[in-house]
Design a protein around this ligand. Sequence first.
Ligand code: PA5
Length: 444
Amino acid sequence: MVTLDITKASQFVGDAAINAFEGEVSKAQQALEDGTCPGNDFLGWMHLPSSITPEFISEINACAKTLQENCDAVVVAGIGGSYLGARMVIDALSNTFGWLQDSKYPRILFAGNNIGEDYLSELIGYLKGVRFGIINISKSGTTTETALTFRLLKTMCEEQRGKEEARKVIVAVTDAKRGAARTTADKEGYVSFVIPDNVGGRFSVLTPVGLLPIAVAGFDIAALVKGAREMEEQTSLEVPFRQNPAALYAATRNALYQSGKKIEILANYQPKLHNVGEWWKQLYGESEGKDGKGIFPASVDLTTDLHSMGQWIQDGERTIFETVLSVAQPNYELRVPADKENLDGLNFLAGKHVDEVNKMAELGTQLAHVDGGVPNIKFTIDRIDEYHIGQLIYMFEKGCGISGLLLKVNPFDQPGVEAYKKNMFALLGKPGYEKETESIKARL
Ligand code: PA5
């Protein structure tokens, strides 16, 4: 279950300001449902969870099994929506120190999300002695960061195993017809999965983009999809506004935005959830930051960042609100031991769960931030597992679609992302960019 508590946000703007969005929220939901909103050619995520069949899950699991049997590491090459979802889920579900231990599953490594020569050199250095495979993920199939990385890794994999064997451990996740990744996959005979045309990158974690790497890492993708499917029901049009977490979240954050709160920080109290923040930032930032509008999404890991960003949150410019991601139950039990000498003075905690200390830190921080003028929205999930992460994914996706429409932007495009690419291609002298090369060089 995912529960939402907005009481410590509504005390800032008033319930009426949030409820005032009810009509618009319902129109936004109807438009998403009917496909009449801006960006309506990218609404495939809306009923994705309920359309995934057991046969499709089995197909992905079968491919994952081949990679598991033949690889000690699998490199996921992808950027933005083509890797953040998988990384979030894998990090949330993995043992934090698992990479230091032997595992029956391949180690999942991420690349293709930067152009760091040192990063890639170190990756290649590591892979030299390792049986590795590649999942090449790119919807367009032409993204430079990913394509460049894939070229390096493909060459290395073929050198290591020979072309024939390499084919068995290279999988493509890309468009059905377009792009260089599709051309290569078809020509080389790689196993491939299709990213549906109507699902944008940042909404694609429940397609093979996320499902395949998550399955290779050994996690239960059927449970992940089940959680998302149940959330699809819990956020449907029929659910009353106040009981629909996606609708209420969208309304609350827009009410706060209108009251001058321009920055939202997503705070977690579990290090494993760090990458939920990274995924969520892309989802909301790329969906809403356009036309001179949009809440700036930031994220913090607490209590860690209370010792760095805590000062700013408590006392800085009052333009922020906080959304806390709370986990009701940890997956382990650990109690504070008693100590006869009590030199550290911590015997008042003896016998308590570490999580109880964490929860009091969370509560104390929430109250301090509210006292400091930071409205607080709180989501609680029962525990960190596939099912609850699946619920969270769909809830945030639905909330994002509604919220973008309340903001009156097209939540499903990202025209701003092209600006840097145009300049980079011009500077690198890409064929076809001759005019741009000339004019950009004149500016240097
Ligand atoms: O959300 C998006 O659409 C983007 O972040 C893309 O996922 C990202 O740019 C990668 O694109 P592609 O999958 O085409 O390589």
